[in-house]
Each structure stands twice: as C-alpha cells, then as structure tokens.
Design a protein around this ligand. Structure first.
Ligand code: 13P
Length: 261
C-alpha cells in the first residue's frame, strides 16, 4: 500500500545552519508521525549534508532541477550523475518558477525525466496552468499537454517510478490564491485520466501531489480529496511548527498510511 507523501521545496531559502537545524527537527517529527513518507528539496549546496543527516530516516532528499546530460559545456548546470552519486532520491522537474523565469519547456523536461530515471531517481514532474489558462477554461488541455510531452516515450515500468505534482501557477507563493479542494479534485481527476490513458493500470498508482499555498487551515480539505496522494508544500513547511500542525491535523483525521481514492 502506498504511503501519503508530505514534502517541501525550499526554493532559494535557508542558510546552511538553518538547514542543519531543520533536518534535526524533521528527523524527530518523522519519528512522531511515522505513517508518512517525507521529502525535502533543499538548494544544491545543502544536498550532501542533508542526505548525510537524514540517512536511515523516512525523509527522502530531492534536487530542485538538473540537466539531462551527464556532462558537457553547460555552465552553471548540474549533472544527474552527480546527484545520483550523492544518493539523491528525487529530481523535482518543471516547477512553475523554473518554467516561468528560466524558460523550462516540456520537451527539455521530457529529457530530464528520462535522465532522472536512468540514474535511479524519482522524477517529480510539476504541472499547472496559469491564471489566464484557467480564465479561458483551457486547464485540461494545458495539463494534458504538459503530461503528454513531459512523459513522452516512457514505458509502463518507467512510469511506475514517477511522481506528479499539480501546482496551479496562480496558487503558488506570496501572491498565490489557494485552490479550492473541489477544483483540485477535478484537476487531479484529469491528471489521473491522462496517466491511465498513457500507462494503463500503472497510471492509477502514480502518486499525484497537490502544491500551492497549502497551510494548516486548508491542508485537511485538500488531503481528503480523491486522487490527492500527497501535499507538496512551500512556505508552510519551511517552519517546522507549522509543518507539525499539518502532520497533527492530517493524523487526527486519518490521513496517512493509505492513499485516497
Ligand atoms: P507555497 O506553498 O509557498 O505556495 O509553494 C508551493 C510550491 O511551490 C511547492 O513546490
């Protein structure tokens, strides 16, 4: 049975010292709430230390991006091979901030997904529509396109090792408006439908996480929805007190252990 996933993307936050303190605190919390699988996605410079500090715990470590080539003339880029050498578990690919500010596109993301799989990492492919797409009612088309190109050419066996995160661009960050649980369930249904169209029954088991302004107030309503297999949290998980509130609430309400839907 699949475990409910709780993860956080640190973006460009936390000093090295803050990261060390966070890891020590999260280790304790993971012991108190053992029914979840956790993942943290720190900046590259903290990866080795975080991996060492959290080894033997149910906390997986992810990278915020990577190149698809093993090596080459790509100044400023990070090789999937190096991440693999560090024992990195998850490769976050196509976060909306990467798509928005660094021109990530679906075709390159497809190469990155394949490179992550080649090196035994779990690709966490992020998809999501802009406010404009939502206003023009093309969310299903946008999401399907991101999935069809991003996951193009994967075998069912490979698809069994991926995670998908639904992160509507308009819901993310300081200026984000949290998505309504009904809307999230609707889009997760579209994602599930596309994944099963691509990969048959394997598509039913691919974890689909929700991310975008998740906080202690709205986490339960979101986590209870069909096809929400985990929460991918930014701000509300950078502070362990608020992350703990989320764990407590979910636990009290029976979220965890098995996935919904
Ligand atoms: P916030 O929870 O801060 O909106 O960020 C979500 C996110 O970007 C997770 O990848």
């Amino acid at each position: 049975m699949k475990r409910f996933l709780l993860g956080t993307n640190w973006k460009m936050h936390k000093t090295f010292q803050e990261a060390e303190q966070y890891a020590a605190g999260l280790k304790k919390l993971a012991g108190q709430f053992p029914q979840y699988t956790y993942f943290i996605i720190p900046p590259y410079t903290h990866l080795r230390e975080m991996k060492e500090q959290l080894i033997g715990t149910p906390v997986m470590i992810g990278a915020q991006n990577m190149h698809w080539e093993d090596q080459g003339a790509y100044t400023g880029e990070i090789s999937p091979k190096w991440l693999c050498d560090l024992g990195i578990d998850v490769a976050e690919l196509g976060h909306s901030e990467r798509r928005q500010y660094y021109n990530e596109n679906d075709e390159d993301l497809n190469k990155k997904v394949k490179a992550a799989l080649k090196y035994g990492m779990t690709p966490l492919l992020c998809v999501g529509e802009y406010a404009k797409d939502k206003a023009y009612a093309v969310t299903p088309e946008v999401i399907r396109k991101q999935l069809k190109i991003g996951l193009f050419g994967l075998t069912k066996e490979q698809a069994a090792s991926i995670w998908v995160a639904y992160e509507p661009v308009w819901a993310i960050g300081e200026s984000g408006v949290p998505a309504e649980p009904e809307y999230v369930e609707w889009v997760h249904g579209i994602i599930r439908g596309q994944l099963t169209e691509l990969f048959g029954d394997t598509g039913k088991d691919i974890p689909v996480l929700y991310g975008g302004s998740v906080n202690p107030e709205n986490c339960l309503g979101l986590a209870q929805r069909k096809d929400v297999d985990g929460l991918f949290i930014g701000r509300s998980a950078w502070d362990l007190e608020s992350f703990e509130k989320i764990m407590t609430l979910l636990t009290k309400n029976g979220i965890g252990g098995t996935r919904n839907g």
